[in-house]
Design a protein around this ligand. Structure first.
Ligand SMILES: C[S@@+](CC[C@H](N)C(=O)[O-])C[C@H]1O[C@@H](n2cnc3c(N)ncnc32)[C@H](O)[C@@H]1O
Length: 222
């Protein structure tokens, strides 16, 4: 029988246990026993990077909310130029440590890329404090969906004020992409009230998946 090994643990700001586990060569991140992500399914995380980078040029400034296992970051780095600056906001210092200690073989030494600036911070704070519309693209994959799992406070990112703040941090012509485990008509409508163009893109969890189980909500600024 294949054994599941707990490689590391921490506690989220709400006091919920979070674990990094390994089973049969795959890694799993679980919050309160619920899977937040795994190395078995990363297609939609990469697709969100492809959609976000469609319109960015060489000197792009990009914000990624949620490091996780770094699939989104890796794809962004592959797609944007050498002059890009990629801010990565990760709430939990342990996740940054685990990327260095346990996950380098998954996506490489991403955090040592000179284009990357790691902020151990709530991405909401970065967005709120961003001055002068710095970002060409903002990618938000901090939780399972607008229904928070990692911390209750994440709900504010998906509310009217959070949506407005993200838009205000985007340059003219900038794009936001939100990852979600679910379709959510209410969230799509909330985005439509703020952005002139919104698209809900169905995404597969892994390349051979028969169904499109995830949703990428895309908002474009004029
Ligand atoms: C689903 S994972 C992200 C997966 C990532 N897209 C990838 O490709 O591996 C969510 C990450 O967001 C982090 N997170 C949760 N809430 C956050 C917040 N408010 N600000 C920044 N990071 C947050 C979690 O600790 C976790 O590392």
């Amino acid at each position: 029988m294949k054994v599941t090994t707990t490689l590391a643990r921490c506690v989220t700001p709400d006091g919920t246990p979070m674990v990094l586990q390994e089973h049969d060569g795959q890694h799993y991140l679980k919050v309160g026993g619920v899977q937040l992500m795994s190395t078995t399914a990363s297609s939609s995380e990469q697709q969100m990077a492809e959609i976000a980078c469609e319109r960015v040029g060489g000197k792009a400034r990009i914000l990624i909310g949620g490091l996780g296992f770094g699939y989104t970051l890796k794809r962004v780095l592959e797609l944007c130029g050498v002059d890009a600056v990629v801010d990565v906001a990760e709430l939990l210092p342990e996740v940054v440590e685990w990327n260095r200690e346990h996950l380098q073989h998954v996506n490489g030494r991403l955090l040592d890329d000179p284009r990357v600036r790691v902020h151990v911070a709530d991405v909401y704070e970065l967005i709120s404090k961003a001055s002068g519309n710095p970002y060409h693209a903002i990618l938000l994959d901090v939780d399972n969906s607008p229904d928070p799992l990692v911390q209750k406070g994440n709900g504010r990112l998906y509310g009217r004020d959070g949506i407005q703040l993200a838009k205000a941090a985007l340059r003219a012509g900038g794009r936001v992409v939100y990852w979600s485990a679910n379709t959510d008509k209410g969230f799509a409508r909330a985005l439509e009230r703020v952005y002139p163009r919104v698209e809900c893109v169905s995404a597969k969890a892994y390349p051979k998946a028969k169904r499109f189980t995830h949703t990428l909500f895309v908002g474009d600024r004029d």
